[in-house]
Ligand binder design. Structure first.
Ligand code: SAM
Length: 239
C-alpha cells in the first residue's frame, strides 16, 4: 500500500514514520510513504503558499493553486504505476468525521491513499472541493497542522496490512475489533507490589479465560465508553 502525504513539513512525517513498526514496514516494502512538499508548487520565489482570508479574520489560509498542483503531480505518479485516476484523498481537519477503527479498515483496502495536511487556518475551500474525498478528524481539538493526524492514519492503517505486525492475530483481538475495548492484560511477574495476576489466567482453561476476558471487556467498555457499550448491547440483543 502506498501513502502519499501532501504537507508543508515532509521531514516531520517521514522522520516520524521511519521508526518502529511503520519504519520496518517501509524497509521491507510492505508500505510506501512519500511526503510531497506543497511549497514545491508555489508560484513565487519566496515559496509562499498562504495568504489573507477574504472577508477578514485572523490568520492565513493555504492557497488553492499549490495544493491542487501538488495533488495533480501525485496523481500523475499514481497513474504511471497503474493506480486509479482519482485516488482517495483524506483531508485532515477538525471539521471532519471522527476517525475510527472501521474507517482504518476501509482505508486499508486502497492501493493508494493521499493524505492532505493543512496548516495555518486551513486550506481554501475550492481546493478541498476539487480534490478531497473524505474529511477526517482525529478528535475534538485543534492542532497546529495535519502532520500528526496524517501520521496517526498511516500508523492505524498500516498495522492492518498483512505482514506489518509480527503476528496477524495481534490486530484481531484488540480494542474496537468487535465493538468493545480490550480486556486487561498481564505478563510476568505473577505478583508485583502485592498485586496478583487474576487466577483464571494461570489456569490454562481456555474456555474460562475467554469467558473472563469477554466479561472484563464488557465491564471496561461500560465504565469507560458507555456510547460503545450501548451500541454493542443493541447489536447483540436484537434477534
Ligand atoms: N481553522 C480550522 C478550523 O477551525 O477548523 C483549523 C485549522 S488548524 C489550526 C490547521 C490544520 O491542522 C488543519 O487544516 C488540519 O489539517 C490540522 N488539524 C488540526 N486539528 C485537527 C484535528 N483534530 N484532526 C485533523 N486535523 C487537524
Amino acid at each position: 500500500m502506498r501513502f502519499h502525504i501532501m504537507t508543508l513539513f515532509p521531514d516531520m512525517v517521514t522522520n516520524g514514520l521511519s521508526e518502529s513498526i511503520t519504519g520496518r514496514a517501509i524497509e521491507s516494502g510492505l508500505i510506501e510513504v512519500s511526503a510531497t512538499d506543497i511549497r514545491d508548487f508555489a508560484d513565487n520565489k519566496y515559496r509562499h503558499v498562504d495568504d489573507y482570508t477574504y472577508g477578514g479574520g485572523a490568520g492565513m489560509l493555504m492557497q488553492p493553486g499549490p495544493v491542487v498542483d501538488c495533488y495533480e503531480s501525485i496523481c500523475d505518479g499514481i497513474k504511471e504505476r497503474g493506480g486509479k485516476d482519482k485516488p482517495r484523498v483524506l483531508y485532515m481537519t477538525p471539521a471532519g468525521t471522527p476517525f475510527t477503527q472501521s474507517m482504518a479498515e476501509e482505508f486499508a483496502k486502497e492501493e493508494d491513499l493521499v493524505i492532505l495536511c493543512g496548516h495555518y487556518e486551513g486550506i481554501d475551500e475550492r481546493a478541498l472541493e476539487l480534490i478531497v474525498t473524505d474529511n477526517v478528524s482525529i478528535g475534538d481539538f485543534v492542532l497546529t497542522g495535519g502532520e500528526l493526524p496524517a501520521m496517526m492514519i498511516v500508523d492505524a492503517v498500516s498495522r492492518l496490512i498483512p505482514g506489518v505486525l509480527g503476528c496477524d492475530e495481534s490486530a484481531v483481538y484488540e480494542s474496537f475489533y468487535d465493538g468493545l475495548l480490550e480486556y486487561p492484560q498481564y505478563t510476568r511477574p505473577k505478583e508485583y507490589r502485592g498485586m496478583e495476576v487474576p487466577e483464571v489466567l494461570l489456569s490454562g482453561h481456555h474456555a474460562n479465560i475467554e469467558k473472563w476476558r469477554h466479561e472484563q471487556a464488557l465491564l471496561r467498555t461500560r465504565e469507560r465508553r458507555p456510547d460503545l457499550y450501548e451500541a454493542y448491547m443493541k447489536d447483540h440483543t436484537k434477534q
